[in-house]
Design a protein around this ligand. Structure first.
Ligand SMILES: NC(=O)c1ccc[n+]([C@@H]2O[C@H](COP(=O)([O-])OP(=O)(O)OC[C@H]3O[C@@H](n4cnc5c(N)ncnc54)[C@H](OP(=O)(O)O)[C@@H]3O)[C@@H](O)[C@H]2O)c1
Length: 235
């Protein structure tokens, strides 16, 4: 995948990591960046093409795929994080919202845009996942972690299916990134622009997976630990 002259669609591009993806893609020479947002007026970055998209709305997604026939790179970045215990009231509703946005949303986008990517020579998909795909912060991230674990499983299955049409899929796992989503989280956070630089380099190198920081690599290594990291008390 060459970033230069690619035509990218970034979901949730109005703020946070999505805005950093849009900036980074332009800086790396993308021919066009469609910056998708629930409110396109919230996209302030110059040089991108704002488009309206709520990833939980199947009709919106299908209409956008019919409209944007030149896309060669889909960045599934949009996501929500609702943090609290699974045993609390409302946890099931919260889980469903997070599944709909973080797991079903990216799948819906890939289903709609796979034919577009195929027609344009294959291209690539980036799915933005998390270190919390592999463990839960006790009493805090059960629902979010479940949605990102589902996103991970879907990414692994989709990568195999997309291979037949020459489309690559990069899954990006990261610890806390300095955006609104991680505002309440303690400790140092990753610079969104650095995560994007790493993701674009991984795409160009043809990697299937990017573990963007030391904490994420440690948790990944701990999956084979004794006990495995996800049995423990959390990150
Ligand atoms: N921040 C972290 O520590 C961290 C770590 C690892 C992975 N991630 C993942 O990285 C991605 C970006 O997160 P972020 O940190 O940039 O979060 P953020 O600052 O909260 O931004 C989330 C973005 O997703 C959009 N969005 C939410 N629901 C949407 C929907 N239904 N349809 C379309 N857009 C929607 C938001 O749009 P609105 O402005 O309309 O709400 C916003 O643009 C997410 O997938 C997140 O899970 C984040």
């Amino acid at each position: 995948m060459k970033i230069e002259r690619c035509v990218a669609l970034v979901t949730g591009a109005n703020r946070g990591l999505g805005a950093a993806f849009a900036r980074g893609l332009l800086a790396a020479g993308a021919a066009k960046v469609y910056a998708a947002a629930r409110d396109p007026a919230a996209v302030t970055l110059k040089g991108v093409v704002p488009v309206r998209l709520d990833v939980t709305r199947p009709d919106d997604v299908a209409a956008l795929a019919r409209e944007l026939g030149d896309v060669t790179l889909l960045v599934n970045n949009a996501g929500i994080g609702e943090f609290g215990p699974l045993l609390a009231e409302g946890a099931l509703d919260s889980l469903q919202r997070q599944f709909e946005t973080n797991a079903a949303g990216p799948l819906r986008l890939v289903q709609a845009f796979a034919p577009v990517l195929a027609r344009n020579g294959g291209g690539a998909v980036v799915n933005m996942l998390s270190v919390l795909s592999w463990l839960a912060l006790p009493g805090r991230s059960g629902g979010y972690s479940a949605s990102k674990a589902a996103g991970w499983a879907l990414s692994n299955a989709l990568r195999q299916e997309l291979k037949a049409q020459g489309t690559a899929l990069l899954a990006v796992h990261a610890g806390f990134i300095d955006t609104d989503m991680a505002r309440g989280a303690p400790g140092p956070k990753l610079d969104p622009d650095d995560v994007v630089r790493q993701a674009l380099a991984a795409l160009e190198a043809g990697q299937a997976e990017l573990l963007a920081d030391a904490a994420t690599r440690k948790v990944h290594a701990g999956l084979a630990g004794d006990p495995p990291v996800y049995i423990g008390t959390g990150a």
